[in-house]
Design a protein around this ligand. Structure first.
Ligand code: PEP
Ligand code: MN
Length: 337
């Protein structure tokens, strides 16, 4: 249930409503809009009688909410969340572009890519130091050495760093180097990990599990939010279907649907969604047209030499061309690039 306060409700009236809800053993999420305040109720609200609440001073009405996600939902928080980070606003009018290799392979490879994506217009550098690989015999990432290289790239270029964390015990270490913590598709329902990043002081890029529903994804976001971290960015990266031409199937409708159901920013990953570099540009355009707040794109100076995801990686020149071509699409939907 949410409680919608009257436009002229006083602070004392709002506090009184909150106190009543808390007395009944429920938690509250208060959303202070420009016009009115909404108090969302978390927990077993069945003991709360909506009619009693509606009779309280300052209350306009109550609305029952049956969706299982609360903090993540737009009902609880009608205005868009803008994740602010070192001068960057993710979820605002400006599109955010994150780009870089799948994995940090070497200092030279990463620095070369970082300078190239920066020159093309990206604001955030991606690159995995800890890679969740299907095979235990595949390259697992450079670990802390990879994090150090990412930090050097940030220092040289001013790009922010997003990198994946795959183990709850690594959250403090990865947080010491990264600006944004990535939760990969394979770990979207790793609840110990979600709990750990929920307690971290860094924004989280939460990727959709390859076999997860929208509701499961929003419940994963709810874990992070409920542990105190309100800077969550959702990422649609394609889901598994019967189709085998593409690596996954970009669920383009997920972008506007997530924006309707949730106030959290949504970015799209056309690289993992398609698995084919030749599809990355058109799918990027589709995602921006559908309302994505940003993109995360794999770029490698020599995709043919990449240790992971070379087939979907763009060369820097193609990445630069992609961003140029995206400008009119962004403008058409009222965004800037
Ligand atoms: C990645 O970003 O390189 C990655 C492993 O992505 P996903 O978790 O979406 O498969
Ligand atoms: Mn990858």
């Amino acid at each position: 249930m949410i409680v919608i306060l009257q436009q002229d409700a006083t602070r004392a009236q709002i506090d009184n409503v909150i106190a009543r809800i808390e007395q009944m053993g429920c938690g509250v999420v208060v959303s202070q809009g420009e016009e009115r305040t909404i108090v969302g109720i978390i927990g077993n609200g069945r003991r709360l009688d909506p009619e009693q609440i509606e009779r309280m001073d300052g209350v306009d009405r109550t609305v029952p909410i049956t969706r299982p996600f609360k903090r993540a939902s737009r009902d609880f928080h009608p205005q868009d969340t803008i994740v602010k980070l070192n001068g960057l606003a993710i979820g605002g009018r400006q599109l955010i572009v994150m780009a870089g290799p799948c994995a940090v392979e070497s200092r030279e490879q990463l620095l070369e890519t970082a300078h190239a994506v920066k020159a093309a217009g990206a604001q955030v550098l991606r690159g995995g130091a800890y890679k969740p690989r299907t095979s235990p015999y595949s390259f697992q990432g450079l670990g802390e050495e990879g994090l150090r290289i990412l930090a050097e790239a940030r220092q040289q270029t001013g790009l922010l760093i997003v990198t994946e964390v795959i183990d709850p015990h690594l959250v403090p270490l990865v947080s010491a180097y990264a600006d944004i913590l990535q939760i990969g598709a394979r770990n979207m329902q790793n609840y110990a990990l979600l709990h750990a990043v929920g307690e971290a002081q860094r924004p989280v890029l939460l990727k959709r599990g390859m076999m997860s529903t929208i509701e499961e994804m929003l419940m994963a976001a709810e874990y992070i939010l409920s542990h105190g971290n309100d800077r969550v960015i959702l990422c649609e990266r394609g889901i598994r279907t019967f189709e085998t031409y593409t690596r996954n199937a970009m669920d383009i409708s997920a972008v506007p649907l997530l924006k309707q159901l949730s106030h959290l920013p949504v970015v799209a990953d056309p690289s993992h969604a398609t698995g084919m570099w030749g599809l990355v540009e058109p799918v990027s355009r589709a995602a921006v047209a559908a309302g994505a707040d940003g993109l995360i794109i794999e770029v490698h100076p020599r995709p043919e030499e990449a240790v992971s995801d070379g087939a979907q990686s763009l060369k820097p020149s193609r990445f630069a061309a992609l961003l140029q071509g995206l400008r009119p699409v962004a403008e058409a939907v009222g965004r800037t690039l």
